[in-house]
Design a protein around this ligand. Structure first.
Ligand code: CA
Length: 476
């Protein structure tokens, strides 16, 4: 533990006895635990062998980083506190110098520019011997403890060096800085973390509604130098940037875009497109509905009439806007209560009531004079049959029954009842009439043939007589 702590402080004793080393190590341990923090930044090293300024620098560069540089009063005080006191000159060289009197003092081996108001001892730098271009620091118990004095560079004093802790790997994306207690990384813009190893993150963007987003970058999708690109769905237009980037402050360099609805020819199939903030809407033509007016309004499927048939068709469907249905009835039935054809209107309603098929009725029949009629019921419908019968002493002339036809008319003539006396007289009259008619017809035919023969003979009187068979044929 003891040796480990000494090692971690890395105070170098380049020359000295073991007892001196032990004394120095103990002093460090008892000076305070804060000395352990030194390991996070520079470590300081000194030699107990005096050297001139040039030798000192060479020794420091050979064994450590360079001669000690001081960046603040705090560092100055700290350095004095850890170096062994000297009661008189020589004291310790520090790494600040100039090459002639008119030059400004410059730190070597480090880019510190600090020279405090109270760094120099009283009346110093006095350039006492004209060539006092190097600087020693008083480490004693006197009033000028920790103050500086310009000295001739050829004088010999104790070297004080520093060992830098920063390396090229200390800070991935930044510059390493060392102070008394720590090293720190001053990060490049866009990076953070102890070693500047992390790219600054931007908040994950919100994907636009009705759109898409794609983010990528060499340090991550949503980190410094990442870019996000945006696209909108068909029918929507990007409102805002199509691309933005994550800047070094962890902010996107623009606002997220939105996808604003935009009407196109395809927005509404059968209607007029209207644009609002986030969407388009369609004002449909009569008879159409749906987001894009793509659907014809539907009518309820009609009921086929009993004893009938139905046929529906249309260019948007069998039971949709502008479809028509036609109705027919079976034989002996007729449409009633509705039309033979109706249509589906733009409100999704049929423009009339469904018809029904009702059976055809024939008109009531009365019985013949001197006879009777027998029908099956009070109403005589299609295919009903009524039968006739005559009273005693009368003869039924005509069919004994008639049927109700599909057109609502009785088929065939109705019979009548005649008395037997009237029937015989009628029959005799008929026979007599037939005989007279036959006689008249025969006379007429005979007379006609005679007239034809006379005409033929007159035709051949002055010429050659016709062949006998021609004359014969004309009489047949
Ligand atoms: Ca001086």
């Amino acid at each position: 533990m003891f040796l480990g702590q000494v090692k971690s402080v890395r105070v170098s004793l380049s020359r000295g006895t073991a007892s001196q080393a032990l004394k120095w190590a103990l002093m460090i341990i008892f000076t305070g635990s804060s000395l352990i923090d030194v390991t996070r930044g520079w470590t300081y090293h000194y030699s107990q062998e005096v050297m001139n300024w040039t030798q000192t620098r060479q020794w420091c560069q050979t064994n450590y980083t360079d001669m000690v540089a001081i960046q603040s009063q705090e560092e100055n005080d700290y350095l004095v506190s850890i170096l062994p006191n000297r009661t008189k000159s020589p004291y310790y060289w520090i790494g600040i110098t100039r090459t002639h009197a008119n030059e400004t003092w410059t730190w070597v081996g480090h880019n510190s520019t600090w020279i405090g108001n109270e760094s120099w001892a009283q009346s110093e730098p006095n350039n006492n011997h004209i060539t006092e271009f190097c600087v020693e620091i008083y480490v004693n118990n006197g009033a000028n403890r920790g103050r500086w004095n310009d000295e001739k560079c050829a004088n010999k004093k104790y070297p004080v060096c520093y060992q830098a802790q920063c390396t090229n790997a200390s800070c991935e994306r930044g510059k390493c800085s060392e102070t008394i207690n720590k090293t720190s990384c001053i990060c490049e813009p866009g990076f953070e973390g102890d070693r500047c190893q992390t790219a600054v993150a931007c908040k994950e963007p919100i994907k636009p509604h009705h759109g898409g987003m794609r983010c990528s970058g060499r340090h991550g999708d949503h980190s410094f130098e990442s870019t996000c690109s945006f696209l909108c769905e068909e029918g929507f237009m990007l409102s805002g940037p199509s691309v933005f980037s994550c800047n070094s402050s962890g902010q996107w360099d623009d606002k997220e875009p939105q996808c604003t609805a935009q009407c196109t020819n395809a927005s509404c199939e059968r209607g007029k497109c209207s644009e609002t903030i986030n969407k388009t809407s369609c004002i449909c033509e009569p008879g159409f509905e749906g987001d894009r007016c793509q659907t014809a309004v539907a009518c309820k499927e009609p009921i086929k009439p009993h004893h009938g048939g139905m046929r529906c068709s249309g260019r948007h469907g069998d039971h949709s806007f502008e479809s028509t249905c036609s109705f027919l009835c079976e034989e002996g039935f007729m449409l009633s209560g509705g039309p033979s054809v109706f249509s589906c209107n733009s409100s999704g309603q049929w423009d009339d009531k469904e018809p029904q098929c009702t059976v055809v009725e024939c008109s009531a029949l009365s019985g013949p004079d001197d006879g009777y009629i027998n029908c099956p019921g009070s109403n005589q419908t299609f295919n009903s049959t009524c039968r006739f019968r005559c009273s005693m002493g009368f003869l039924l002339l005509g069919s004994t029954e008639v049927s109700c036809g599909s057109d609502g008319r009785w088929k065939g003539p109705r019979p009548f009842c005649a008395s037997y006396k009237h029937a015989v007289m009628a029959l005799a009259s008929c026979v007599a009439c037939s005989a007279v008619c036959c006689l008249c017809f025969c006379c007429y035919r005979k007379r006609k043939k005679r007239t034809q023969l006379r005409s033929v003979l007159k035709l051949y009187t002055t010429d050659t007589l016709p062949p006998c068979h021609d004359v014969f044929t004309s009489f047949v």
